[in-house]
Design a protein around this ligand. Structure first.
Ligand code: G3P
Ligand code: CA
Length: 263
C-alpha cells in the first residue's frame, strides 16, 4: 500500500472510483478517470464493450443513447447499440454535454486511452459489460492489456482486476489470463457454490444492499475478497467497513477517503 491512511485495518479498504469519479465528471470518460486518479483512488472502475469494427470502448449502457448525442447524429439508427457503430462513429460523439456544459466535446474513450491515463497512477477495475454480445471480447481485452504491459508479473503499469456479472464468461476469461484477479459481480452466491468459485475467482462484488456480516465472513473463509457497489453515503461506507469489506466502489472517492481517514 502506498497510502498511509488511518489505522492498519481501515487502510486495507480499497477505494474504487465507480465509472471514474462519476459524481463530478461524466461517467466512463477520461475526465472522470483522470479525476479518480487525482483524488488518489486505489482503483478506477470502467465498463468495456466493443464497436462494430472490434475496438474496445468504454461505455456503461449497451446503447449509446443515454450518455451521448448519438440520436441527434443518427436519428434513423435506433436503438443505437454500441456494437452497431464503428470506433470512428463512436469517437465523434459528445459524451460530456449530458452531464454538464463544461464537459461539452468530451468523447467516449477507448480502453487504450484509459490505460494510458491510469498508468502508474491508479489500478484498474475493468468490468466486461454484457460479454455475450461481443464474441472475441475476452481475447481482445487480454491482447490489449498484454500489449500495454499490464499483464506482466512485475507490471508497474498498475494493479488490475477484471470483473463481470457473467460468471461463465469470467471463468473463460480466467483460463485466458489466470494471473489476473477475477471478480464476480452480483450474487451473493450460496455457500454451496463457494468452493467451486473460490478455486478460480478472487472477489465477489454484490450490491452493497446485499452485504451482511455472514456474507463477508463466508467470503473471507473461502480466501476471497468483497468490494460492494455503489456506495455514496458516508454513513453506509462506515457500516460496510465495520462489516469488514475489503473495498468499496463509489462515485465519490473523496468522501470514502475522508471516512477511511477518520478511523
Ligand atoms: O463495479 C460495480 C458496478 O459498476 C456494477 O454495476 O451497473 O454500475 O456497472 P454497474
Ligand atoms: Ca460497472
Amino acid at each position: 500500500e502506498e497510502h498511509s491512511r488511518g489505522s492498519a485495518s481501515s487502510a486495507e479498504v480499497e477505494i474504487i472510483a465507480h465509472r471514474g469519479a462519476s459524481a463530478y465528471a461524466p461517467e466512463n470518460t477520461l475526465p472522470a478517470v483522470d479525476l479518480g486518479a487525482d483524488i488518489r483512488a486505489d482503483y478506477v472502475e470502467i465498463d468495456v464493450q466493443m464497436s462494430s469494427d472490434g475496438e474496445l470502448v468504454v461505455m456503461h449502457d449497451t446503447t449509446l443513447a443515454r450518455t451521448t448525442d448519438v440520436e441527434t447524429h443518427y436519428p434513423d439508427r435506433a436503438p443505437w447499440n454500441v456494437r452497431d457503430f464503428t470506433l470512428e462513429e463512436i469517437e465523434a460523439l459528445d459524451a460530456g454535454s449530458w452531464f454538464g456544459a463544461e464537459f461539452a466535446g468530451t468523447g467516449v474513450p477507448t480502453l487504450q486511452q484509459v490505460l494510458d491515463t491510469l498508468r502508474g497512477r491508479a489500478g484498474l477495475l475493468l468490468e466486461v459489460k454484457s460479454p455475450q454480445l461481443y464474441p472475441g471480447i475476452a481475447e481482445a481485452i487480454v491482447a490489449e492489456l498484454d500489449g500495454e504491459g499490464w499483464l506482466q508479473a512485475d507490471s508497474r503499469a498498475g494493479r488490475l482486476v477484471v470483473q463481470s456479472f457473467d460468471w461463465q464468461f469470467m471463468e473463460q476469461f480466467n483460463e485466458l489470463a489466470p494471473r489476473v484477479p477475477a471478480g464476480l459481480l452480483g450474487g451473493p452466491p450460496s455457500e454451496a457454490q463457494m468452493a467451486e468459485l473460490s478455486a478460480w475467482a478472487d472477489q465477489i462484488n454484490p450490491s452493497h444492499t446485499r452485504v451482511t456480516s455472514a456474507f463477508v465472513d463466508m467470503v473471507h473463509r473461502y480466501g476471497m475478497e468483497t468490494w460492494p457497489y455503489t456506495v455514496n453515503d458516508a454513513d453506509r461506507m462506515r457500516q460496510l467497513i465495520d462489516l469488514g469489506v475489503d473495498g468499496v466502489i463509489t462515485d465519490r472517492p473523496d468522501v470514502l477517503i475522508e471516512v477511511v481517514d477518520e478511523e
